[in-house]
Design a protein around this ligand. Structure first.
Ligand code: PEP
Ligand code: MN
Length: 364
């Protein structure tokens, strides 16, 4: 159920309706919009009795939300959600594309800074990197944990990039939320409902990756879990799904982007690194993702992919990332988007890029 307030309803009237909703035993989610405020009502296993709310001052109408996901739905909030970050013009969901780049895993301070230097200079406003890695094998590198988070915080300090990093369970989430600007929930945890609820109680934005076999509805319901706990800053991320195709690690489902945008106000970014698993396919699919209308990209970059402790085969060389950015800058205006800021926050002297195309794998 959704309470639509009149355009001129006062804050006090909105508050009074929220209070009434809570008194009735439900949870109220006020969603201010450009035209009017709507109040989503959740936690209702049974139908909400409309009469108690209908007659309250400032209420225009009560609407039954037809979809199983409520707060995620455009029925509840028409305008796109734009996530803002203090101290930067970086947004997720605004006209500027959100470009997130960095290694799969933080391996050392030297590795993180070497990569950060490059991606920052190429224009990334978000630095990605895993400190907790959900690996298929328990014997693979599991991440530096808190030491990795500390390195990321240093990168933020140095370059002004916002930090995106994954939490794999409740314990890591408690630490990740202290350090990160965006908490990543990985594909393998998309239906870890207790973790989703915990992320929903965090004050930090959450990037939710699509599960490997998740339908669109399951994906949106997972986002609903986070929002139902009061965290409305949710970013969806398409990272490929399992299909019979074996020429790529996963099948990057770009058609989910317009499908999500039709049903939801939440931003959606695309991860062509995990989506293809192959370095030579990351740039073409990044171009396609921007063309299809994605709100951003998350790209794995490594200065020495052959030595990477995880996902080296899908990590771009820094100069390839630079080239990707230049291509994205050309495509973005065609679909009415911009690519904001090129690194201005550097507090160290820039290091020259090693010769473009000087390594055997740089060709497409
Ligand atoms: C990652 O971003 O490094 C990652 C593990 O992604 P996913 O959860 O999509 O596999
Ligand atoms: Mn990875």
């Amino acid at each position: 159920m959704l309470v639509v307030m009149q355009a001129h309803a006062t804050e006090e009237q909105v508050r009074a309706v929220c209070q009434k909703v809570e008194e009735l035993g439900y949870r109220a989610h006020p969603m201010p919009g450009a035209q009017r405020t709507a109040i989503g009502i959740t936690g209702n296993p049974r139908e909400v009795e409309p009469s108690a709310l209908e007659e309250m001052p400032g209420v225009q109408e009560l609407i039954q939300v037809s979809k199983p996901y409520k707060l995620v739905s455009r029925e509840v909030k028409e305008e796109n959600t734009v996530i803002r970050f203090s101290g930067t013009d970086a947004t997720i969901g605004g006209p500027g594309l959100a470009i997130m780049a960095g290694p799969c895993a933080i391996e050392s301070r030297e590795q993180a800074f070497a990569i950060a230097e490059h991606v920052h200079r190429a224009g990334a406003q978000f630095f990605r990197g895993g400190a907790y890695k959900p690996r298929t094998s328990p014997y693979s590198f599991q991440g530096l944990e808190e030491a990795g988070l500390r390195i990321m915080a240093e990168v933020r300090e140095q370059y002004g990039m916002k930090i995106v990093t994954e939490a794999v369970d409740h314990e890591s989430l408690a630490l990740v939320e202290e350090y990160a600007d965006v908490i990543q929930i990985g594909a393998r945890n998309m239906q870890n409902f207790s973790l989703l609820k915990r992320a929903g109680r965090s004050k930090k934005p959450v990037m939710l990756k699509r599960g490997m076999s998740a339908t669109l509805e399951e994906f949106l319901m997972a986002a609903e879990y986070i929002m139902s706990e009061g965290n409305y800053n949710v970013v969806l991320c398409e990272r490929g799904v399992r299909t019979f195709a074996d020429h790529t690690r996963n099948t990057l489902d770009l058609s989910v982007v317009p499908a999500v945008q039709r049903l939801s106000h939440l931003p959606i970014v695309v991860d062509p690194s995990h989506g293809t698993g192959k370095r030579n396919k990351v740039t073409p699919l990044s171009r396609a993702a921007v063309a299809v209308g994605a709100d951003g990209l998350i790209i794995e970059v490594h200065h020495q992919p052959d030595k990477a402790l995880s996902d080296g085969q899908q990590s771009l060389y820094p100069e390839q990332f630079e080239e990707l950015m230049s291509q994205v800058r050309q495509i973005a205006p065609v679909v009415g988007r911009t690519v904001p800021g090129i690194g201005t926050h550097v507090s160290a002297a820039p290091v020259a890029l090693s010769g473009a195309g000087s390594h055997p794998a740089s060709g497409r």
